[in-house]
Write a protein that binds this ligand. Structure first.
Ligand SMILES: [Zn+2]
Length: 87
């Protein structure tokens, strides 16, 4: 698992590797009103792309990889990836 988030400013899916994050152009406008979708994150373990919400981006909620094959769970804290142990 990579330990650092790297923010990309241009949406180039083929360049989204593990730990890459792209803030949505319509961040805050889609999803739940109190916790809208905010960015696309490449799983720091396997690189699978998934949407994360504002609370996940701020490190208030854990991120769980969307891939069936990847058990990654982690928190984002000031652009650092903090792994979580699965329960
Ligand atoms: Zn993963």
């Amino acid at each position: 698992m990579v330990g650092q988030i790297s923010i990309v400013t241009e949406w180039l899916p083929e360049e989204m590797g593990p730990g890459s994050i792209f803030v949505l152009e319509n961040a805050g406008e889609v999803g739940a009103e109190d916790d809208p979708y905010w960015a696309v994150l490449g799983c720091p373990e396997c690189g699978t792309l998934g949407l994360i919400t504002r609370r996940q981006m701020r490190g208030l909620l854990p991120v769980i990889c969307g891939s069936n094959q990847c058990p990654a769970q982690f928190m984002i804290s000031d652009e650092v990836v903090v792994p979580r142990k699965a329960n």
